[in-house]
Design a protein around this ligand. Structure first.
Ligand code: LLP
Length: 421
């Protein structure tokens, strides 16, 4: 459930009409609902109630300071994957004790930054990384809390580009080598082993691969404890899928996920961490865009809109589906037109949707791409020298621009023409 619904024929974000925001900030823009973000966080938090746990929002899905602060105020931790995200988390008021640092290529500078600023745990993904972290921590005279990310060799059955838990993926160390790696970690004076980490992929619509992976983690926990390691936390990663299409079967509910986690891991007495990104932010955001032209091709009708692949790259990159809805509700019974919805960027990949049936639209009409709150604004670029689009947060009947549209001078000023040119 989200808070982008029609009221009196207008598409609302909570109690604000999206058309009103469009008039104030111009299109395209991202709009997030505070109520939906809150609801999704709470659903996950409550799903793990009764077990000691921390829901660490995967900031890669949406790293706007206002979004991160909102979740932090609800008690969320965060999962960061770069020094930039770490800085954002701290700027949004997240204490180091609630920040988990993931990622296969942390640099020594990033490790130092997090150790200086405070960190709950590093999820280390390789032995060279483990040695680097040990060296940095010893130099600083501290011990770095670590979980080793294990690769359980489970097929998450999701999109090729976002599957991470198979042998052939670049993530983690093979679970078969885990005992050896933990033995090595225990011998490094700069590290303190605190747990195990696993993440098998994103947009999973079935609990079975999770359960398969977590069973392996349960077995490994017992083995590592027998070897004398203090395994007190299990980081189960993110990956729970969301409904992108109203018409599709609904993915598993957070409560079902929580029930499965308790069933498989409940007896171990470990603190549970999860790293959801998409489930919290995905359906809490839309991208609003205006039709520039309706072009009647020989075989197809094109809706040329003012948003493009640089603003929302998921359709071009993954062939992802985003529901498209008009800001003014279609009159019931009106005959639909079939459109290809495209942006102005000069490549055919700049296509949001093909053969989409919508009530007839004209230049100047506005549409919203749904499910755009995760992996939307964060993946945007300035390709074609198109400035990043603004982000707006709504809460009840108020809204605020939480990232302003840069002006062109600002963009041009970043480049320098050398004197000798
Ligand atoms: N933890 C780790 C270690 C991850 O690599 C990821 C996502 C997450 C948590 C959060 O996963 P989520 O709960 O959001 O599924 N850009 C792609 C998604 C890439 C996901 C990468 N890792 C997309 O737009 O679909």
């Amino acid at each position: 459930m989200d808070h982008f619904l029609y009221r009196d024929g207008r598409l609302m974000a909570e109690d604000v009409a999206l058309d009103e925001i469009a008039a104030a900030v111009g299109t395209p823009f991202y709009c997030y609902s505070a109520a939906t973000l809150t609801r999704h966080f709470r659903l996950l938090d409550e799903a793990l109630a009764g077990t000691e746990h921390l829901v660490c929002f995967a900031m890669k899905a949406n790293s706007n300071l206002a979004v991160v602060k909102l979740l932090g105020d609800l008690g969320a931790g965060v999962d960061v994957v770069s020094g930039g995200e770490y800085r954002r988390a701290r700027a949004a008021g997240i204490p180091g004790a609630r920040i988990v640092f993931s990622g296969v290529g942390k640099t020594k500078a990033e490790m130092r930054l997090a150790l200086e600023g405070g960190i709950r745990q590093f999820n280390v993904e390789s032995e060279p990384e483990m040695l680097a972290l040990d060296a940095v921590a010893r130099e600083m005279g501290v011990r770095a809390p670590v979980a080793v990310r294990v690769n359980p060799d489970v097929d998450a059955k999701t999109h090729e580009k976002i599957s991470t838990g198979r042998k052939e993926d670049k993530f983690g160390i093979p679970i078969s080598r885990a005992r050896e790696v933990y033995r090595e970690a225990a011998g490094l004076a700069g590290l303190e082993v605190v747990g195990i980490d696993v993440h098998i992929g994103s947009q999973l619509t079935d609990l079975a691969p999770f359960e398969q992976a977590y069973r392996k983690v349960a077995e490994l926990t017992a083995m590592l404890r027998a070897d004398g390691h203090d395994i007190r936390r299990l980081d189960l990663g993110g990956g729970l899928g969301i409904p992108y299409q109203k018409s599709n079967a609904a993915p598993p509910l957070p409560s079902d996920f929580g029930e499965m986690v308790r069933r498989v891991l409940g007896d171990l007495g470990c603190e549970i961490e999860i790293e959801p990104g998409r489930l919290i932010a995905g359906n809490a955001g839309v991208l609003v865009s205006e039709v520039i032209y309706v072009k009647h091709g020989e075989e197809r009708q094109f809706l040329i809109v003012d948003a493009a692949m640089n603003d929302l790259i998921r359709p071009a990159m993954y062939g992802a589906h985003h529901d498209v809805v008009p800001l003014v509700e279609a009159v019931p019974g009106v005959e639909a037109e079939v459109y290809d919805i495209v942006g102005p960027v000069c490549e055919s990949g700049d296509t949001f949707a093909k053969q989409r049936a919508l009530a007839p639209l004209a230049a100047g009409d506005r549409i919203a791409f749904r499910s755009a709150g995760a992996y939307g604004a964060v993946m945007a670029s300035e390709y074609n020298s198109r400035p990043l689009v603004p982000e707006v947060l709504v809460s009840g009947d108020q809204f605020a621009v939480i990232r302003a549209r840069p002006d062109f001078d600002e963009m041009l000023k970043r480049d320098t023409i050398p004197e000798w040119l």
